[in-house]
Design a protein. Structure first.
Length: 181
């Protein structure tokens, strides 16, 4: 719980700066890169938490790894390093993205389908589900999942809308089993 509130505070602080400077999207793009680097390189966090490296060396390392990011994002990473909270980097990024999405009236969604969906199909899904949750649009990540057999499954936050063929077959099976007993 404490870590979540820490990430929210840092995310909100960075979002406030980005909004004041009208750089919300640019900083979000940079933070997505930072999150990907930290997610794909778990040893990076371990290295930056090591007491064997001085703060100056850690900051120099961050500066060398993230050469193309803005001062605001780099200073946030420096602050997380100074406060020994670099392990919260991905949570801070998620928090920032949540604030940015809220500001734009957008929600993050994952759509599971048997095949890669077209831009038009994703747009239709975005319009349909955004109105259901009171948002203007959805940022959709399309995940190909052969196990659903057909249809789509949409996850928005903690809510799942399951229109997959697999789910329908499970319901039919339950109905048949209930009728037998």
């Amino acid at each position: 719980m404490r870590n979540a509130s820490v990430a929210k505070r840092y995310g909100l602080a960075l979002f406030t700066i980005a909004k004041e400077q009208q750089l919300i999207q640019e900083i979000e793009n940079e933070l997505r890169v930072v999150k990907e680097v930290f997610s794909q390189n778990k040893e990076l966090t371990t290295l930056l938490q090591s007491p064997k490296l001085s703060l100056a060396k850690k900051k120099e390392f961050l500066k060398n790894v993230f050469t193309d990011i803005s001062t605001n994002v780099l200073n946030t990473l420096f602050l997380l390093t100074d406060k020994q909270r670099i392990d919260q980097t991905t949570a801070v990024v998620d928090s920032y993205i949540a604030y940015a999405n809220e500001d734009r009236g957008v929600a993050e969604a994952t759509v599971y389908s048997v095949r890669e969906l077209s831009t038009e199909e994703l747009s239709t899904i975005s319009q349909t589900f955004a109105s259901k949750i009171g948002k203007q649009s959805l940022n959709i990540e399309n995940v190909v999942d052969d196990s659903i057999l057909g249809g789509v499954k949409v996850r928005i936050g903690n809510t799942i809308y399951d229109g997959s063929l697999t789910r329908k077959l499970v319901r039919i099976k339950k109905d048949i089993m209930l009728r037998r007993s």
